[in-house]
Design a binder for this molecule. Structure first.
Ligand SMILES: Cc1cc2nc3c(=O)[nH]c(=O)nc-3n(C[C@H](O)[C@H](O)[C@H](O)COP(=O)(O)OP(=O)(O)OC[C@H]3O[C@@H](n4cnc5c(N)ncnc54)[C@H](O)[C@@H]3O)c2cc1C
Length: 419
């Protein structure tokens, strides 16, 4: 793999930028692999990378029906945090955040991870108490968290609408190590590092079915022909139910919904942190390095595979934005899109073996899976390679539904659109 460093930039500048190599190759499908990962989003690519790097598997392929990062991995608002309070999520998301902290070095690719802190605003004493409980649990688990009272918040984010909205802003719960990263860079970084370790990345290769021999799953049917594999991992986000059904996994505790994201025209630096409304409406916002305000809100709340959203949700998001940042009123919306979410019944993911011996499942990310990318790839690779979970994903199983051990952070119950 070509190393990126200051000297190679300098060398490129002096030699007409002719020495740059392709970041990942265009592999032809082989007949047989040790492991096939279906889905070339961040989770699939990260899994392939850790399978090769940590478990020494070289005959690994990632099969992507479109282009790398064309799914949710390239469509999200890039918020990264680990402010979870229920066992199962707590250790998993903190494991992932720790991997983020060294990811650019690990991949030798700048994923632009920016620990700019994540603020959840509070408006009422009861909301403050509920958040205090969450942040105290986090601190007991060794995860950073603090409370900023109104004075501190006025100092850090002076343009918030403290007293002019429906309720006053009392303060904010803050995770200082949280932040954002560049989504494309994460996909490209993992793809490049995995390719260098011998992983085949096959784009435009849709998995259309599964091959069985004497009742055993032995491979996949794809739009580029049949591919045999000893082990198969599914990491297809909102398309999980479709493939799981074809593979014989039956009905999973998942629903497919869509979530929109919005980016404004670029403006001068205005918002230094990730800020979440957290009150009587849903709205989260940060500012990209190009100056665009990147923001979002709730799901469209009906099942769909369309990668576009509807206007009423935008109206809600805009109303919430105006509650806390009236100064954004005249900023123009530049771009809007949606992604197809794999919403689980308790709002928490699965990284797990299945009842089919060589089939493994990575799904249920709802709208929080970007921050999980390194942790998900790392623990999914461990699960596939060793046939048993890593400590960080040991509770993220499908069995938890059978055993009544739900990991329901929001307390909404089995209503995926509310998770
Ligand atoms: C608008 C929006 C905002 C979000 N904001 C955040 C956020 O701020 N923070 C956060 O942590 N998370 C966020 N998320 C969620 C996050 O983007 C996802 O959870 C995460 O990217 C899932 O990654 P993935 O690799 O599992 O899925 P994807 O990136 O969707 O990858 C799955 C891939 O599988 C491919 N595929 C599907 N079917 C097949 C098939 N039959 N054969 C081959 N390939 C197939 C798809 O083309 C796709 O590329 C957001 C999502 C959206 C849509």
């Amino acid at each position: 793999m070509q190393r990126y460093n200051a000297l190679s930039v300098l060398w490129g500048g002096l030699t007409g930028q002719r020495h740059w190599k392709k970041v990942w190759g265009e592999a032809e499908p082989k007949q047989h692999y040790d492991v096939v990962i279906v889905g070339g989003g961040g989770h699939g690519l990260a899994t392939a990378y850790y399978l090769a790097k940590e478990h020494g598997l070289r005959r690994v392929a990632v099969l992507e029906k479109g282009w790398l990062g064309g799914g949710n991995a390239g469509r999200n608002t890039t918020i990264i945090r680990s402010n979870y309070m229920i066992e199962g999520n707590t250790e998993f998301y903190e494991h992932s955040l720790k991997l983020w902290e060294n990811l650019s070095h690990e991949l030798n690719f700048n994923v632009m991870f920016s620990q700019r802190s994540h603020l959840t605003l509070v408006f009422t004493p009861s909301q403050r108490d509920a958040m205090a409980r969450r942040y105290n649990i986090m601190r007991l688990n060794g995860i950073d968290g603090e409370f900023w009272n109104q004075d501190r918040l006025r100092h850090e984010v002076p343009h918030l609408n403290f007293d002019g909205g429906r309720l006053p802003i009392l303060g904010a719960y803050v995770q200082p190590r949280a932040g954002t990263a560049r989504h494309d860079a994460v996909n490209w970084g993992y793809a490049r590092a995995a390719t260098a370790l011998g992983v085949d990345i096959l784009q435009n290769c849709e998995v259309t079915g599964f091959i069985r021999k004497a009742g055993e799953l032995v491979g996949v049917e794809t739009s580029r022909g049949e591919i045999l594999a000893d082990k198969i991992g599914l990491a297809v986000a909102g398309h999980t139910s479709v493939l799981a059904h074809k593979a014989g996994l039956g009905k999973l505790p998942l629903e497919t919904h869509k979530l929109q994201a919005y980016v404004s025209e670029p403006v001068k630096p205005l918002i230094d942190q990730v800020i979440v409304f957290g009150g009587f409406g849903h709205f989260y916002i940060s500012q990209s390095d190009k100056g665009g305000l990147v923001y979002g809100g709730d799901l469209d709340t009906y099942n769909s595979y369309a990668q576009k959203g509807n206007l009423p949700v935008y109206a809600d998001v805009a109303a919430a934005a105006m509650q806390i940042f009236p100064c954004l009123g005249r900023v123009k919306l530049l771009r809007q899109w949606a992604g197809v979410m794999d919403m689980s019944m308790d709002g928490s993911p699965f990284i797990t073996k299945t009842h089919i011996p060589n089939l493994y499942l990575n799904a249920g990310w709802c709208y929080g899976g970007f921050k999980a990318t390194p942790g998900s790839g790392h623990t999914f690779a461990h699960t596939i390679a060793n046939d048993e979970p890593h400590w960080a994903n040991r509770l993220l199983t499908l069995e938890r539904y059978r055993e009544g051990r739900l990991i329901d952070e929001s307390g909404h119950g089995p209503v995926p659109k509310l998770q």
